[in-house]
Design a protein. Structure first.
Ligand SMILES: [Fe+2]
Ligand SMILES: [Fe+2]
Length: 179
């Protein structure tokens, strides 16, 4: 692996651990490993795909002098789909799940992130845009909505073509997570 690529991977995993350790170490996040998402992925893998894509977008935008808050993007990304845990018991239909899970995700996020910002809450609430729900209210919310759609494509292509998105970064993130 090239030095530059390794440096970027270290940077991205380091930022995710810096702002997300609490969430990653929680029992609630642990429950994402057993929840199937997008038919063939785990909710954990989807969530990490969103968080990595979001953190990478922040890095790019900040380099372009577009000020984007990494902390809110990373924390909201890690929590955005927690409301999908046990979805079959919580929601009657897929449509109900799409519409209602952001509210449940915010409830979970409030427990895991003491003093969570209003912006982080709003990011979670609008992450389903433009499929459903209200439009994003901040640059950070646009980043997470885009990262979520991008990650959904990655979830499907990973299954169809058998590749693994950002395996090294995921390994680095999980290396710090206590069990
Ligand atoms: Fe979602
Ligand atoms: Fe998602």
């Amino acid at each position: 692996m090239g030095k530059r690529k390794a440096a970027i991977e270290n940077y991205i995993s380091g930022r995710i651990r810096l702002y997300g350790d609490n969430i990653l170490n929680s029992q609630e996040f642990g429950n994402t490993t057993d929840e199937v998402h997008h038919k063939h992925s785990s909710l954990e893998d989807h969530t990490l795909n969103v968080t990595i894509a979001g953190a990478k977008l922040c890095r790019r935008l900040n380099k372009m002098h577009i000020d984007v808050d990494e902390k809110d993007v990373i924390q909201a990304s890690l929590c955005h789909d927690l409301g999908m845990i046990d979805r079959d018991e919580k929601y009657e239909t897929d449509k109900d799940a799409w519409k209602q899970h952001p509210v449940e995700s915010v409830k979970s996020a409030r427990k895991l992130i003491p003093g969570m910002s209003k912006r982080a809450e709003s990011i979670i609430m609008t992450h389903m845009w433009p499929i459903c729900g209200e439009r994003p209210r901040s640059k950070e919310a646009v980043v997470v909505s885009i990262a979520d759609k991008y990650a959904s494509i990655i979830d499907w292509t990973s299954y169809i073509f058998g590749h693994s998105y950002k395996r090294n970064i995921k390994r680095l993130i999980k290396a710090r997570v206590r069990v």
